[in-house]
Design a protein around this ligand. Structure first.
Ligand code: HEM
Length: 138
């Protein structure tokens, strides 16, 4: 059971990471294609969002199950708590990225720049979470 949870945690991480990088690639591509092609390219972002949201939901679910079953809560490394703060920041970042992405898809160029910046910050947060997880569960 514990191994299954770790397995799902890693599959979900792959989904979240792939979606984060994919969304950045969609944003970079949309900045280069002619305006009339942007809605079609943008549609790819909608599918990537679903993949990313599913990955995040599975990370939260399996993470909470593992932390509760493994008794991590009372006895966690400080880096585990740093990881959770970064997870909370990432969730805020994802919500902000979705809002900016929606405005960008309606043709707002400032929102498109904001969405790109948020996507880069979110990738940075993902890297912080990974580093904390690896060291915390060494
Ligand atoms: C974006 C969200 C998350 C990412 C990217 C992530 C990533 C990881 C990674 C890479 C590991 C493996 C570390 C190692 O074995 O060296 C791990 C383990 C773990 N994570 Fe997460 N995690 C996330 C969210 C969460 C949350 C929200 C919780 C708990 C509330 C959590 C609890 C755990 C626990 C308990 C382990 C240890 C599993 C074990 O080896 O027994 N994670 N996580």
């Amino acid at each position: 059971m514990a191994d299954l949870m770790v397995f799902i945690h890693f599959v979900a991480l792959a989904m979240g990471g792939a979606a984060s990088i994919g969304l950045l690639v969609v944003g970079l591509t949309n900045a280069k294609v002619p305006p009339e092609h942007r809605p079609s390219v943008g549609r790819v972002a909608l599918t990537l969002r679903t993949v990313g949201k599913t990955g995040m939901a599975l990370l939260l679910l399996t993470g909470i199950i593992m932390a509760t079953a493994g008794g991590v809560w009372g006895d966690a490394s400080p880096l585990f708590w740093v990881k959770l703060v970064a997870v909370a920041a990432l969730i805020v970042g994802i919500v902000m990225g979705i809002k900016a992405g929606d405005q960008a898809m309606k043709g707002d160029p400032e929102a498109a720049k904001r969405a790109m910046m948020i996507a880069k910050i979110n990738l940075g947060l993902l890297a912080v979470i990974l580093a904390c997880a690896v060291v915390a569960f060494d």
